[in-house]
Design a protein around this ligand. Structure first.
Ligand code: EPZ
Length: 422
């Protein structure tokens, strides 16, 4: 197993460019199944999760060319399968997007029940109920979900929670259903909008993405298109936190400022300098910190609230804040596994249900720490970069899932990080 060796204490300094959004890329690659012609998808992040979803499509018979890691030309016409094998699905939770895509295209889909992970149960009942509302007969037996629909019909759907996955999965199936579908209490995340824009580029008719009511008019035939994925707001936010944690001075390029409002506001509340800039050709965020951050309270919420995916890296920053912070995780029931590791570095964090009380300490100390999930891994990186001494971060395959060229990008900012292949 490989690990990172990081010696902390060096302020990050310089400029990095953000890659394409993981959480937009995964459903967009699946959505290409709905087209009657090849789709060219650009600005794909070169990360493990994207490699996995492309492997799944290839295994089902799709013809996929990748002139470079950030581009995929997907021709779904050669797909012969409507099932995603257990072995494939277990490699990637987001394979559940194939449910909506295959159902939308073939009226038949078979996927393995995606597992939960270290952040909670993560059921997909909203997805299944949505498909049933569209007229599909869905059986969930022995970990295999089979959905069959002679004809998908538009429906008026209400989501109990503004679920990102369920919103997107229902959009995928509804864009080829007969009639109109309305998704009420829809998720408003930027990646939901990006998927809707991609589907509309294919000739779909989706209105209202980015609001909590999305209206879809089904279209029988969707054509190919060329589309570039939006920048990854969570990758950008992670580097903003790392810049603040190391008292650095970093410019983060290739961002969409509106997607970073929540993290920018919270960092400024901590006393970090966050300046939004426009070079004439692209936006950038300039993050600078000289002092120890002030304690703040965090409550994760669906977009545009504070993103749950930045809760873990932010907790690392607050571990050395001046004062006590309360961090409440409202989206997932078990998203504090990074706390144990931070406390091993000298943090003083106590848990009470969905809230962590972070009593700020002067500094963290290097230690052998373990990533328990993707964003916990990001939290470990932030902590190790600011800790006194050297840390070993294990289970970094989690980090490879969602952060492109992390070692190169951090080294480019002056970080003392080495990837060691054991
Ligand atoms: C997406 O997960 C992201 N993953 C997650 O990012 C992100 O944390 C999450 O949205 C929230 O923003 C991808 O986009 C691939 P949800 P998703 O459905 O769609 C409950 C990362 O680090 N729920 O919005 O699975 C669920 O248990 C990952 O990049 C149901 O109860 O999240 C959770 O408590 C981690 N039933 C809440 O809703 C359902 O059918 C929000 O989940 C669906 C969800």
């Amino acid at each position: 197993m490989s690990y990172f060796k990081i010696t902390g204490g060096t302020p990050l300094y310089g400029t990095i460019a953000v890659s394409g959004s993981k959480n937009a890329a995964l459903p967009i690659v699946c959505a290409a199944v709905l087209a009657g012609e090849p789709c060219r998808i650009e600005n794909l992040p070169d990360i493990e999760d994207v490699h996995r979803i492309i492997e799944i499509l290839s295994a089902m018979g799709a013809t996929i060319e990748q002139p470079c890691p950030s581009v995929a030309v997907i021709d779904p016409r050669s797909i012969t399968e409507y099932r995603v094998s257990n072995e494939m699905a277990s490699k990637l939770r987001a394979s559940y997007y194939m449910l909506g895509a295959l159902l939308g295209r073939y009226g038949h889909a078979e996927i393995a029940q995606p597992g939960g992970c270290a952040i909670g149960q993560r059921p997909i009942d909203y997805h299944i109920n949505g498909m049933r509302s569209l007229g599909a007969n869905v059986l969930d037996r022995g970990g295999i979900i089979t959905a069959v629909a002679g004809e998908l019909r538009g429906a008026d759907i209400y989501l109990d929670m503004a679920s990102v996955g369920a919103t997107i999965n229902i959009m995928l199936a509804a864009c080829r259903a007969n009639g109109r579908t309305t998704i009420n209490n829809a998720a408003r995340e930027p990646h939901v909008v990006d998927v809707a824009n991609f589907l509309n580029a294919m000739g779909a008719s989706i209105r209202g993405a980015g609001t909590d009511v999305i209206r879809i008019t089904g279209r029988r035939d969707l054509h190919g298109c060329t589309y570039a994925i939006i920048p990854d707001q969570i990758e950008a936010g992670t580097y903003m936190v790392a810049a603040a944690a190391t008292k650095g001075d970093v410019i983060i390029k290739n961002i969409i400022p509106a997607h970073l409002e929540a993290i920018s506001a919270k960092l400024m509340e901590c006393g970090v300098e966050v300046i939004e800039g426009d070079s004439g050709t692209e936006f950038f965020m300039h993050v600078r910190a000289k002092e120890r951050p002030r304690a703040v309270n965090i409550r994760t919420l669906p977009y545009p609230g504070f993103p749950t995916d930045l809760q873990q890296p932010m907790t690392s920053l607050l571990a050395v804040a001046y004062g006590n912070s309360f961090v409440t995780e409202n989206l997932f029931e078990d998203r504090f596994n990074h706390v144990r590791e931070l406390n091993r570095m000298g943090a003083r964090i106590t848990l009470n249900g969905r809230t962590a009380l972070v009593a700020g300490v002067e500094k963290l100390y290097g230690a052998e720490i373990t990533a328990t999930d993707l964003r916990a891994g990001a939290a470990m990186i932030v902590a190790a970069l600011m800790a006194e001494g050297t840390s070993i971060v294990r289970n970094i395959h989690y980090i490879d899932r969602g952060y492109e060229k992390l070692t190169e990008k951090l080294r480019g900012l002056g970080a003392n990080i080495t990837r060691v292949e054991e």
